[in-house]
Every structure is written in structure tokens, then in C-alpha cells.
Design a protein around this ligand. Sequence first.
Ligand SMILES: *[C@@H]1O[C@H](CO)[C@@H](O)[C@H](O)[C@H]1NC(C)=O
Ligand SMILES: *[C@@H]1O[C@H](CO)[C@@H](O)[C@H](O)[C@H]1NC(C)=O
Ligand SMILES: *[C@@H]1O[C@H](CO)[C@@H](O)[C@H](O)[C@H]1NC(C)=O
Length: 470
Amino acid sequence: MRMKMRNRQQKSSALCCNAGSRCSLPLVIWSLVGCVLVIHLYSVVRYKDRGATTQVRLTRRTVTRELEEVEEENFQIPPPRGKRSPRAVKRRGPRKQPTAIDEFLDEGSDLRPFFFPDRRSAIDPTKEGNDSMFFYPARMWLDMDGNPIQAHGGGVLFDEKSQTYYWYGENKDGETYHAHKKGAARVDIIGVSCYSSKDLWTWKNEGVVLPGEETNITHDLHRSNVLERPKVLYNDRTGQYIMWMHVDDVNYTKASVGVAIADSPTGPFEYLYSKQPHGFDSRDMTVFKDDDGKAYLVYSSEDNSELHIGPLTDDYLDVTRVMRRILVGQHREAPALFKYEGTYYMITSGCSGWAPNRALAHAAESIMGPWETMENPCIGGNKIFRMTTFFSQSTFVLPLPGLPGSYIFMADRWNPPELKDSRYVWLPLTVGGVADEPLEYNFGFPLWSRVSIYWHKRWRLPEGWRTAYT
Ligand SMILES: *[C@@H]1O[C@H](CO)[C@@H](O)[C@H](O)[C@H]1NC(C)=O
Ligand SMILES: *[C@@H]1O[C@H](CO)[C@@H](O)[C@H](O)[C@H]1NC(C)=O
Ligand SMILES: *[C@@H]1O[C@H](CO)[C@@H](O)[C@H](O)[C@H]1NC(C)=O
């Protein structure tokens, strides 16, 4: 509550003089003082009306306190060993001290079971027990048939009609190989999997809802190509489910988006076409549906050096001609968007192939920008965890309807030697308090709320996450 008011004051203060550098310093200071006083009075007057809202916020804070506890994680990088896998020797030579990321990428590392715990510790919804409803980031996660969930680079759609969550992602349940010497590790296209759930923990396999193409080599989805980061939106006007995805060739030179449609969330999806949106290369991407029903495509472009954002047509089947370049020169990928109290937020990763790197949070008043970069949202774990997004990469941020300001951060812990055994890192994300790094153009006052992703070895959703307080 207090944090909330402080934040509001700061936002308004900055608005008092947004001409920035051209204001004289005394004028700026007195304007700020004036603003703060006016807003303080306003807050006092408004306090009574806000009693009910305060109650909701307090309830929310109590409920989510557990999620926001800072949990440390320790692990030791083992000393260099005599034996290394040939690939590791090639990568760093025999002498150098391994970094945590080297260890993470090394199939022969002693830390392997720490990063990729084996099936004995799998999250298994078919087993009743103390672990029921608990998320364990990076453990194997089984569906209701007892098979590992195959929904990588995914996103979740909440279907109002069936009051069900649908998780779409890449089915990578094939052999990992390199198409040629310089090619990245890959798995042939199998298709887009779909899983359904009411509680976000027990997932039923709904099958491959958009299959890859087996025989037609000229087809975008021929198994030898690339299909990544599928995301599905429901269009209220047409009653159709529209899937957007990154479509590419084996060398990532096609750099396009693909579109598919279905009448039901579980498909089958009909593949329509691919294109380079606005005539630009497009690799990692996501789509976002705003409260007003307008949807947007966000994609990494200009060789991943910047992001582009633009509205979709009303039927969500294409982009319009409107596009803005954002985070120019910042080299970000894996975008995941969400909105809280009228402000847009985005989590992105850096570009380092399958290797993990540091996440950043961004914020904007208008979805079309300007977007400002805040800080690394990761909290807890340890320094290496925070610098590697807990050894994972963002893919989606899922709102929890009963807990405004609380979300599930969904990420992939890629396993390049064995991509089908990549894991899911789901963690609580909250928006609240003030950003801890001052930004440009605002006199050192943070404009935005802080976005925080909390590390937990084991956690579960608090009561009341399902339905909005009224
Ligand atoms: C479940 O929790 C109870 C009480 O804490 C404990 O006695 C029991 O051993 C636990 N069972 C498992 C399978 O961990
Ligand atoms: C193969 O795919 C291309 C591109 O989608 C399509 O134009 C063509 O008709 C397909 N050929 C067959 C035999 O299905
Ligand atoms: C991908 O690149 C490799 C090596 O440069 C080349 O041999 C191969 O033909 C390319 N494949 C496609 C589909 O572009």
C-alpha cells in the first residue's frame, strides 16, 4: 500500500516536468515539492474511499508473501577434472577454469544432475502425496499419462468458454543433431503440442495440434525446418484460435512468422502461410492481446539487434502496416509481455544461442513505446543464478486472475546436448515497489514499478489465484 502511493507520487512528479533537460534546477525542485504536496493531500482525501481497495491489497500481500521470500541456492563448481567430454575440450581447451555456464553445457559435468535432475524426482500428478500442487523448477514434469511434457518455448492461453488453460509449445521429442558443422543443435519439427489444465499443475496431453510436414520438402513446416515459440490467441470477433510462431530454415535465414487457425483450442490447426512481417527478418517473437481486444506481434529483427512491435489486423491473421522499432541496439530476444494497472511490461533475454544469460525487464506507458529498460528482475538463488535467469530463458508471463500484480514467469532451461530433455522453470513474478535502478530522463526518480522474479526450489500457487476479487 505504502509502496503503491510512493510510486504514484513519483510517476506524477516526473510528469510535472517531462521536458527534462531543458528545465532549470530550482524550478525542477520546487515543481517536485509542489507535486508531492498536492498528491499527498489528494491521497489523504481519497484515503477513505480506498479502504476497500486497501483491504484487497493487504489480503493479496499476505497471500503472496510466501512467494516473495528470498531463497538462496548454493552450489560449488567442481575443480577441473582429468576427463572431459570431447566437445567440452574443443569448446574451452583443456586448461581453463570452467565457468558455471561451461559446467551447465557440459554433458560430462558432475553438476549435470543438479541442473537436470533425473526422472526419480519428476513432478508426477498421478501420484498423491506431499508434493501435490508444488512446482519444482527444472525437474522433469510429467503429464497425466506419466510422460514428460513436451511444450518448449511455449505459451498459455486461458479459454473463457471452457474455463481451461491450454499450454502450447514445441514438441522436441526427437533426436538432437547438428545439420552441418557450423549448425546449432536442433531437433526436426514434430509440431506444436497442446496440454490442458484447470489448476496449472496437472496437464492432460491434447496431442500435436499442428503437426510438422513429413514429405513435402517445400512446405514451411517440413521436418528439416524450424518451428519455434508458438503462441495462441482467441479472437472474440471471429471465434477462432490463431497461432503465431517463428518459422525458419535450418540455417535461420528465412526468419519469418507463420500463422495457423483452428475452431477449437485443441485444434487441429490449419497452417495458413508465413511472411517476413513489415518486410523485416523476424526470429524470436510473441503475440499479446490487450484488454481492448487489439493484438500485437513483437519480434527480434535486424539480426536480433532490436525488437519490432506492431498491431495485428482485427482477425489476428496478419500484421498491419504500423510498426515501431524498440530497444534498438540492445540485442534482446525471447520477449514475454504482460500488463499491470495500465503499464506494459516485458521480459527479454540476451542473445547467446542455447546458453543462458541475464534477463532484463522493460516497461512502457504505451505498448507501441517508447520502451525503457529497467533491471534484471531475478531475485534469490545466487549471483550465477541471477545472471543466467536461473539457467533458463523467458518464454511467457501468465497472469493469475485472483492475484492482481502476480504472475507465473515461464522459462525454458534448454538442454542443448539433448533438447527433448529441456526443462521448464516456472517461478512467481510480481510487480510492485519501485524500480531500484534510476533511469534516464527522470532526475533519478524511478518511473516504473519493479518487476521481480523470485527463485524457489519448491513452491505452489496461493489460495485464491483463480478468481478476481470483486
Ligand atoms: C508427508 O508429510 C508428512 C508430515 O509432514 C510426513 O510424515 C510424511 O513422511 C511425508 N510423506 C512423504 C512421502 O514425503
Ligand atoms: C507442398 O507445399 C507447398 C507450400 O506449402 C504447396 O504449395 C504445395 O502444393 C505442396 N505440395 C503438395 C504435393 O502437397
Ligand atoms: C545451410 O548452411 C550450410 C552450410 O553453410 C549449407 O551447406 C546448407 O546448404 C544450408 N542449408 C539451407 C537449407 O540453406
